[in-house]
Write a protein that binds this ligand. Structure first.
Ligand code: OXT
Ligand code: ADP
Ligand code: MG
Length: 572
C-alpha cells in the first residue's frame, strides 16, 4: 500500500486482532461461541460477549467442541469452538475430527504460541505446532499471521466448513495476532462477508434420467434416508419425494423423524426384511459404511443382487463400498427436485412388496408393545423407555440426545421421532462423550427442551457439564440409565480385589451431582417415578437429572453391535 493511500484512509482510530476476529465472525452471522477460557484467548471471549456474541463457557474443550459440532448440524452454519493452545487445542481436536467424520460444519479456533519459538522448539508456554497436528484430522486448516488477513482467514474457514461435504476446519490464531493493530477503517474494509457459502449443486439431466430409469425398473425398491438429508433442511422436498414414489424407507438413526416414524411407508421396524429382500436401494444422504454393513453380507441377501442409486454431494462417496448403478452427485434438494420433475404419473411399487413390509412392521410393533408396558422394579430398558416414548410423543418438539450402548440401541428402536433433527446421538463413530455438549448446544441453538438419555458410562465422559447446564439455566433433563456399568453391572474379577473393568460403583447417586449446582436431582426406581420426574422437568424447564436405576443384568455386551468384538481363541 502506498503512503498516499495510508494518509487517505487513516482515521486515527485503531482496531486490533481481537476486534477484527470478532467483527469477521459477526459479519458472517456467527452469533454463538462454545468456549473454554485461558491464555491467550481469555480477553477474546470477554470481548466477544461484550460485542453481543453469545459465549457459552464450558468445563472441558471436548464438550465445547461437541457443542460446536452439533450446532453446525442443527443450523447449517459453522459451529465455533474457541480454545487455548496445546492441551486445550488437543482436547478440542477429538470433536473437530468427529464433526469431520459426521460431515458437520465446525470451526475450531485455538490460540497458539509464538511462531519464532515454536518453530525452533525453544520451549514456549504450551508450545505445539498445532496447524501440523490438526491438518490430517479435519477438512482444512489455516493460520492467520497478520491482522489484515483475518477477513480472508475467517472467510476461508467458513467456506471450507459449509461448502460441498461439510466438515471441521481448524483456524490457528497465534497470541501475537490478537494484539496487532491497524487503522480501523482499513480493518473493516479487509473483512469479507461470504456470499453463497454452500452453493446448490445440480446433477446433470443424464444422471437424473439414469436414476429414474433404475428406480422405475425395480420391483422391490427401498429408500435409505440418512442424516445428510436431515442436515440439508429440505424436509418438504424429501417428504414429497417419498410420498410421490410410494417406496418404503428406513431412516438412519439421526434421520429418524425427518418424516414421522409412524408414517405408513416407514420400514424401520422391518429393517432386516427390507434390506434383505429389496432389489434396488436408493441412498439419500447416507453412506454405505459400517452402520449399513458396507452394503453386503447376509443382512443384504444375495451378493450383487441389488441396484444402487446414491445421492451425495461428495463424488468420492460413489462406489466406496458397492458399485453404484446410478450416482447422483449434487445437493439433496436439487437432486430430489429434479427427480420429482420426472415423476408425473409415477407408478407406485407393487402392493405385494409394500404390503409385506407393512405386515412385518405391524408384527414387530405388536411384539414390542407389551414389553414397553412392563413396570418391573428394578427397571429394565423396555419398561423405562416405554415411558420416555410416550413423553416424546406428547412433546414432539423436545430434542432427544442419546448415547450409551444398550441405552442407545434400545432407545433408537423404541422412541419414535415425529419431527426432523430432534434425535441427536453418537453419530458415525459411535463415540461416547457427546451427551452434555450436544444437549447444551441443542438448548442454546433451538430454545427447545432437551431430554438426554444417557448410559451411566456415556454420561461420565461429559458429566461435569451439569454445572454448565445449571450456570446457564438451560431446559435440559438428563436421564441416566444407571445399570452400574458398561453394558452390564455384573462382571466379576476373580483374580484380585480390583473391580472388573466394566463395572462402576453400584447404584451411584448421580442425582446429587445436579443438586450440587442448584439443579433438580431425582432418583427413579420405577417407571412411574421416571415418567413423573421427566414430565415435570419438561414442564418446568429447570435443569434436572434423573438417576434411573436399571437392572444391572438387563443389558448385553456392546448392545446391538456385539458382533464387532474380536474373539480370543486362547481365552483362559
Ligand atoms: O428387523 P429386525 O428384526 O432386525 O429388528 C430391528 C428392527 O426392525 C426393530 N425395530 C422395531 N421393532 C418394533 N418397533 C419399532 N418401533 C422398531 N424399530 C426398529 O428392532 C431391531 C433393531 O433395529 P435397529 O436398531 O434399527 O437395527 P440394527 O440392526 O441395530 O441397526 C444396525 C445399526 C448398526 C445401524 C445400529 O445398531 C446402530 O446404529 N448402532 C450404533 C451402535 C453404536 O454406535 N454404539 C455405541 C458404541 S458401543 C461401544 O463402542 C461403547 N464404548 C466404547 C467407547 C466409545 N464408544 N467411545 C469412546 C470415546 N470410548 C469408549 C463405551 C465405553 S459403548 C460404551 C459405554 C456403554 O455403557 P453405558 O453405561 O453408557 O450404556 P449401557 O450399555 O446401557 O450400560
Ligand atoms: P448416516 O450416518 O445417517 O447414514 P452419513 O453421515 O453416513 O449418514 O452420510 C451423510 C452423507 O450426506 C455424507 O456422505 C455427506 O456427504 C452427505 N451430505 C451432507 N449434506 C448433503 C447435502 N446437502 N446434499 C447431499 N449430500 C449431503
Ligand atoms: Mg451402563
Amino acid at each position: 500500500m502506498s503512503v498516499a493511500e495510508v494518509v487517505d484512509t487513516n482515521t486515527g482510530a485503531l482496531t486490533d486482532g481481537f476486534h477484527l476476529l470478532i467483527d469477521a465472525l459477526k459479519l458472517n452471522d456467527i452469533n454463538t461461541i462454545y468456549h473454554v477460557p485461558g491464555i491467550p484467548v481469555t480477553d477474546l471471549g470477554r470481548m466477544a460477549q461484550a460485542e453481543g456474541i453469545r459465549v457459552v463457557s464450558f468445563r472441558h474443550e471436548s464438550n465445547a467442541g461437541n457443542a460446536a459440532a452439533i450446532a453446525g448440524y442443527l443450523t447449517k452454519k459453522a459451529g465455533v469452538c474457541l480454545t487455548v493452545s496445546a492441551p486445550g487445542f488437543l482436547n478440542g481436536l477429538v470433536s473437530l475430527a468427529h464433526a469431520t467424520t459426521n460431515c458437520w460444519p465446525m470451526i475450531l479456533i485455538s490460540g497458539s504460541s509464538e511462531r519464532e519459538i515454536v518453530d525452533l522448539q525453544k520451549g514456549d508456554y504450551e508450545e505445539m505446532d498445532q496447524l501440523a497436528v490438526a491438518k490430517p484430522l479435519c477438512k482444512a486448516a489455516y493460520r492467520i499471521l497478520h491482522a489484515d488477513d483475518i477477513g480472508v482467514g475467517v472467510a476461508r474457514a467458513i467456506r471450507a466448513a459449509v461448502s460441498g461435504r461439510p466438515g471441521g476446519v481448524y483456524l490457528d490464531i497465534p497470541a501475537s495476532l490478537l494484539g496487532q493493530t491497524m487503522d480501523e477503517l482499513e480493518g473493516q474494509k479487509s473483512l469479507i462477508k461470504v456470499v453463497d457459502p454452500a452453493p446448490a449443486q445440480f446433477p446433470s439431466q443424464e444422471a437424473i434420467d439414469r436414476a429414474l430409469t433404475t428406480l422405475k425398473a425395480a420391483k422391490k425398491p427401498l429408500l435409505i434416508i440418512g442424516k445428510g438429508a436431515a442436515y440439508a433442511q429440505c424436509d418438504d422436498v424429501v417428504k414429497n419425494f417419498v410420498e410421490t414414489s410410494g417406496i418404503p424407507y428406513i431412516a438412519m438413526s439421526m434421520a429418524k423423524g425427518l418424516l414421522p416414524d409412524d408414517h405408513a411407508q416407514y420400514a424401520g421396524a422391518a429393517r432386516s426384511l427390507a434390506l434383505k429382500e429389496s432389489d434396488c436401494v436408493m441412498l439419500i444422504g447416507a453412506r454405505l459404511n459400517w452402520l449399513l454393513s458396507h452394503g453386503k453380507g447376509k443382512q443384504w441377501g444375495e451378493p450383487y443382487s441389488k441396484k444402487f442409486i446414491h445421492i451425495d454431494i461428495d463424488p468420492k462417496e460413489m462406489d466406496s463400498n458397492q458399485p453404484i448403478d446410478a450416482p447422483l452427485v449434487g445437493d439433496i434438494e436439487s437432486c430430489l427436485s429434479k427427480m420429482l420433475d420426472g415423476m408425473d404419473g409415477w407408478a407406485k411399487p407393487d402392493d405385494a412388496w409394500t404390503g409385506a413390509i407393512r405386515d412385518k412392521v405391524a408384527a414387530n410393533v405388536a411384539r414390542m408393545a407389551p414389553k414397553l408396558q412392563n413396570n418391573a422394579v428394578p427397571m429394565n430398558y423396555q419398561g423405562a423407555l416405554g415411558r420416555l416414548k410416550r413423553i416424546i410423543t406428547d412433546n414432539p418438539d423436545t430434542i432427544l440426545v442419546n448415547e450409551g450402548a444398550n441405552t442407545l440401541d434400545f432407545a433408537r428402536s423404541i422412541i419414535d421421532m415425529a419431527r426432523p433433527r430432534k434425535r441427536l446421538d453418537v453419530g458415525t463413530w459411535g463415540v461416547m462423550g457427546i451427551g452434555m455438549g450436544t444437549a447444551i448446544a441443542a438448548a442454546v441453538e433451538t430454545g427447545e427442551a432437551v431430554v438426554c438419555v444417557e448410559g451411566d458410562s456415556a454420561f461420565g465422559f461429559s458429566g461435569m457439564e451439569v454445572e454448565t447446564i445449571c450456570r446457564y439455566n438451560l431446559p435440559i433433563c438428563v436421564v441416566i440409565f444407571n445399570n452400574s456399568g458398561i453394558y452390564r453391572g455384573t462382571d466379576q474379577n476373580d483374580t484380585s480385589d480390583d473391580p472388573a473393568p466394566t463395572v462402576f460403583v453400584r447404584d451411584a447417586k448421580y442425582d446429587l451431582m445436579m443438586q450440587a449446582f442448584g439443579g433438580v436431582g431425582v432418583t427413579a426406581t420405577s417407571p412411574d417415578d421416571l415418567e413423573r420426574a421427566v414430565r415435570e422437568a419438561i414442564a418446568s424447564r429447570k435443569p434436572t437429572l434423573v438417576n434411573a436405576l436399571i437392572d444391572p443384568e438387563a443389558g448385553t455386551e456392546s448392545g446391538r453391535i456385539g458382533n464387532l468384538n474380536p474373539q480370543s481363541v486362547v481365552k483362559k
